[in-house]
Design a protein around this ligand. Structure first.
Ligand code: DHB
Ligand code: FE
Length: 280
């Protein structure tokens, strides 16, 4: 059977993609940020996952205000990098896994989660920036990806509790797919994050780090945090962090922290990154 071996969480700031794509990763502003992923690139080269279930949010690239699914699973063969206004990023096409995605859709929907089935979509920085951070700049991505898009852009986003439970359902789905595959679940977005208005650029390092501590040690507790706390304590777009709870729900109650990194600034947000391993 397939098994979830580890979870990765990382911010997905679009300027990181632009820095890489334009050869600026060694500049003083960016160097310390990319240094936080050196371990990660070596770790993933050793882990060699067959599949990443990549939890991210679309930023009005694939979905417009016409249709806003709360949870949407990408069942296509492949996903093109989206044009977010400057042309598509020069990164490889993302290879999907239609049979496995269909299995997850069937299993998770029958566990009472409503997923929207997506048979064609482009993927934006929410998905491609984490791929670049973890894999660098290869000619082809070395892993298949099932994108799972979560609406955290338009009110109302799903609760942390629902996201945590969805992660558990995804783990059960993975564990019933009849193939010997090493699967990782990634959560992206966050951390402190206020992109507009008078509080633009608001950062709360203390809250972010306490949230990370609890993500690792006591996810049940942070699953109870209401949206308003994310907004108040870490900015309006910090609500992207509920996606990390899907990753965490797909792991054991107790996990091994392989890596943890926090860096400010990344554009006008805080960047967080953890790698958590299942031990069972
Ligand atoms: C920015 C956008 C994002 O989607 C994000 O998650 C972080 C930062 C930005 O525009 O700076
Ligand atoms: Fe975002």
């Amino acid at each position: 059977m397939a098994r979830v071996t580890a979870g990765v969480a990382t911010s997905h700031v679009p300027a990181i993609g632009a820095a890489l794509d334009n050869g600026r990763a060694t500049e003083p502003y960016w160097k310390p940020l990319f240094a936080g992923y050196e371990f990660s690139k070596q770790w993933i080269a050793r882990q060699k996952p067959d599949l990443v279930v990549l939890i991210y949010n679309d930023h009005a690239s694939a979905f417009s205000l016409d249709i806003v699914p709360t949870f949407a699973i990408g069942c296509a063969d492949s996903f093109q990098p989206a044009d977010e206004g400057w042309g598509p990023r020069p990164v490889p096409v993302v290879q999907g896994y239609p049979e496995f995605a269909a299995h997850i859709a069937q299993s998770v929907i029958q566990q009472d989660f409503d997923l929207t089935i997506i048979n064609r979509m482009d993927v934006d920085h929410g998905l491609t920036v984490p791929m670049s951070l973890m894999f660098g700049q290869p000619d082809r991505w070395p892993v298949r990806v099932i994108p799972l898009a979560v609406n955290v852009v338009l009110f109302p986003p799903p609760s942390g509790r629902r996201c945590f439970e969805l992660g558990k359902a995804i783990r059960r789905a993975v564990g019933t797919f009849d193939a010997d595959l090493n699967v990782q679940v990634w959560g992206t977005g966050g951390m402190s994050h206020q992109l507009h208005g008078p509080r633009a650029g608001f950062i709360n390092k203390e809250w972010d780090n306490r949230w990370l501590d609890r993500l690792i040690e006591d996810p049940e507790e942070i699953a109870r945090i209401p949206h308003i706390e994310y907004l108040r304590e870490a900015g309006s777009e910090a609500v992207e962090l509920v996606m990390w709870l899907i990753m965490r729900g797909a792991l054991d109650a107790r996990v091994r922290t392989a890596h943890r990194f926090y860096h400010v600034p990344a554009s006008n947000t805080a960047l967080g990154h953890v790698i958590l391993e299942n031990t069972t």
